[in-house]
Ligand binder design. Sequence first.
Ligand code: ADP
Ligand code: MG
Ligand code: ZN
Length: 660
Amino acid sequence: MRNNNKGLFKNSLFYIVCFLIVLGVTFFVTSKNGQPQTQDLQSSQFVQELKDNKIKSFSIQPEDGVYTVTGEYRKAQSVKSDSNSSILFTGAKSETKVSSFKTKVLKNNSTINEITEYAKKNGVKMGAKGADTDGGFWSNLIFSLLPMLIIIVFFFIMMNQMGGKNGSKGGIMGVGKSKAKPTKSDVRFSDVAGEEEEKQELVEVVEFLKDPKKFTKLGAKIPHGVLLEGPPGTGKTLLAKAVSGEAGVPFYSISGSDFVEMFVGVGASRVRDLFEQAKKDSPAIIFIDEIDAVGRKRGNGMGGGHDEREQTLNQLLVEMDGFSGNDGVIVIAATNRADVLDPALTRPGRFDRKVLVSYPDVKGREAILKVHAKNKPIADNVDLHAIAQQTPGFVGADLANLLNEAALLAARRNKSEIGPAELDEAEDRVIAGPAKKDKAVSKRERNIVANHEAGHAIVGLVLNDARVVHKVTIVPRGRAGGYAIMLPKEDQYFLSKKNAMEQLAGLMGGRTAEEIVFDSLDSGASNDFEQATNLARSMVTQYGMSEKLGTVQLVNPSDDPYARRYSEKTAAIIDEEIKRIIDEAHGQAHDIIAQHREQHKAIADALLEYETLDEKQILSLYRTGKMPEEEETNEDSSFEESKEKLEQKENQHQENNDED
Ligand code: ADP
Ligand code: MG
Ligand code: ZN
């Protein structure tokens, strides 16, 4: 998608070269006409030669005021070259043979009579031609118009190139046409490995595209847009294609950078055209890759040089608002920077569904390796699970690349199978690749992250009054090296002081675990502190949870943060109270982790091995120190399997709610 510019350049170069060649040939042909293979004769000379019987045949053609006589000699005559051609051979008197001649005679009867007479006498063939019979007029016309013609044709081709790759509508009017042409995707859900949750989130979209009426009949509102967010190479494009493949609908793909490519105003009309086309073709998917290229926050450019981009973005917003679910078009966009997107894009009715596509964990990596190993002969002693364990931080594209490198190596070594040696070397190559420096997260760092997250988990498990530990992972997301997700057991409307303190202890659990397990401290926990400080501040200033300050609301959330309603003295007390509360939480976390060192270690070790742990696994580790019996979950599930799992989940949720 990105090399469109290059393609255009290459094409223009090609046409320019063609143009020059044609020009050259034209020039050559025209100039050859003037070459003196035909001798120009004086009329008297002609009459003399006719008398001498040197001429075999000639013809006479009337031309304004004179007769042009062209003819052939009986024998080729040798002629001294005149200056015309001897410039090249300075001084040398070159001789050329000529077999034909050309001359002009005056249009009077005596000359004609004379010529006829001699011709008859010597038996020379004599003919007459009408004016301009040998195509002189046409050839002249063509030769004079040819350059013009070529330029015009060339111009049209150029415009076609720039305008429409859609082929159907070209010409100059094609400039503003969208470049997207629909493709039929044959990617299936089972080709996307290790992204079970992501796939489940897209099940509904596939179902809708398969049969839009089923949904619209019930008045269901279908998401207009799905935003796939994740680091490069994690399979966002692949997922979008899989949705199209499963639903069997056309896939209109365009990159955000295509919109802002050429002329002012083109981007917006391309958007319009793209949506128009897709609607005609519905149900269909429009996939906008790199949406951040057009979708950046508006109005933050200095000097307003972003008009074109903003116009395009506005048009995109208009189009997305403009269609109702009935149109059967779903826009899927991909980005690795959702934070820079204009907030207007994520408002309801636009990209109202966000799917985070994250780095794969061990299981995911193994599944991806398996998918890409399918069509390659892999030796029996290769352990894909081991490779998955050695490659934390690798995304799907890296793993595909790894297997490809290994296959290349095996081929170069004339092997019939890819063995462990090739895979080993390929792994090094992919890690050593120029942009991949941070790919292999260092062992030490992983160990720290695992202990940190296990710390959050263990505090959360012990203080399990209001919240459950839903998921713990050391797979990085955004700037976080790992994270623990705690979910409230039930919908909470009020935050009790006890709950607040438990949350604070949980937040402190990460860093505290690091303190206990390692001596050194890293900067990785700053986000935890930020959250903890904010919570503690709210407790003191808004919720009245500090005895010292009492139940006074010192800050209203809608207040201007700089307009303080309290004195310097109170401010000092607030700071003191915040510190006291956080210290208390820290002490609590410390006690909990110190008392549960074994469980903490079990969870940290499991994190290092499995990278992601779910609720069930965490509980099992906490209670028994062991992982639960592995139930076979295949990580490259098909659409039906994903759907089934999603339904199971939904049913479970239903049951839980019924119990309450
Ligand atoms: P993104 O769009 O997120 O940058 P792509 O979808 O272009 O990533 O992925 C590039 C390639 O990496 C894919 O064509 C595929 O070969 C491989 N790949 C990425 N993720 C996966 C995955 N989850 N399963 C299988 N292959 C994957
Ligand atoms: Mg992509
Ligand atoms: Zn943390």
